[in-house]
Design a protein around this ligand. Sequence first.
Ligand SMILES: NC(=O)c1ccc[n+]([C@@H]2O[C@H](COP(=O)([O-])OP(=O)(O)OC[C@H]3O[C@@H](n4cnc5c(N)ncnc54)[C@H](OP(=O)(O)O)[C@@H]3O)[C@@H](O)[C@H]2O)c1
Length: 253
Amino acid sequence: MVDKDEIITLITGANRGMGFETAKELGQSGQLVIIGSRNIEKGKEAVKKLTQQNIKADYVELDVTNTKSVSKAQKEIEKKYGRLNILINNAGAVFSGRQLASNLNFDDLRSDMELNYFGLIDVTQRMLPLLKKSEWAKIINISSMMGSKTAALDPNSEVYRAVAVGYQSAKAAANMYTVQLAKELRAEDQAITVNAIDPGMVATEFGGATPEQAASMGAKPIEFGVARTVELATDYNDRSNGTFTNTHGVVGW
Ligand SMILES: NC(=O)c1ccc[n+]([C@@H]2O[C@H](COP(=O)([O-])OP(=O)(O)OC[C@H]3O[C@@H](n4cnc5c(N)ncnc54)[C@H](OP(=O)(O)O)[C@@H]3O)[C@@H](O)[C@H]2O)c1
């Protein structure tokens, strides 16, 4: 068990990309960060890099699409820490890129849903009892402008021409889950908020490109991508609930 004032944060898919950067910045702010990674070696390597920077970091094996892995991770965190303050559902990937709505490959579509929607819900439901054990808690779902129906219908939006129907549907579904869970917890008077974030187009290995390739296509630096998440996760007075935001403000659902 740790000090009652320690802020304990679990981030899924935190071995690289925005998950890792978020862990680094939240760790630098003083939070104890638990790196969720489906690969043990990559997870331990990430923790090593963080602890070398004097960040309090731990690792938990966590494949969000494997319910046994999610359950095992929950038990490990419960045994070691007894509670959580912040859950950041960050793990994500696109499987059905560029497939038209009239011709989706079902295996890809299911993979999009398994990771970006069912996995997010499984992790959230399992971790909820640990979040309820803290005086206050936040659930932050890393969504995307790609999941915004408002943006998809707006010819002036940067994602108007983007087609990744399975991924977009999964993020849109995760947005609805965000809203419904936020309302449910508010109705119960729980001190837990639930919000969705759009990081913007960010130069990571997302989608199979290198960060350099993504940057050459206009993707923003990784620090920009995590800025709104870090802001929300470190503003302890912010009780926003059921919102969808990015660094510019409110994002249309
Ligand atoms: N990059 C963008 O432009 C962009 C824009 C909008 C939203 N987003 C969202 O931002 C989040 C982070 O993306 P990123 O750009 O940082 O991508 P990334 O660099 O590709 O990192 C994705 C992370 O998710 C992990 N992951 C994949 N499948 C997993 C599973 N089954 N269980 C647990 N972890 C799993 C990966 O682990 P492995 O190393 O094991 O593969 C990796 O740590 C995602 O939710 C993405 O949809 C990204």
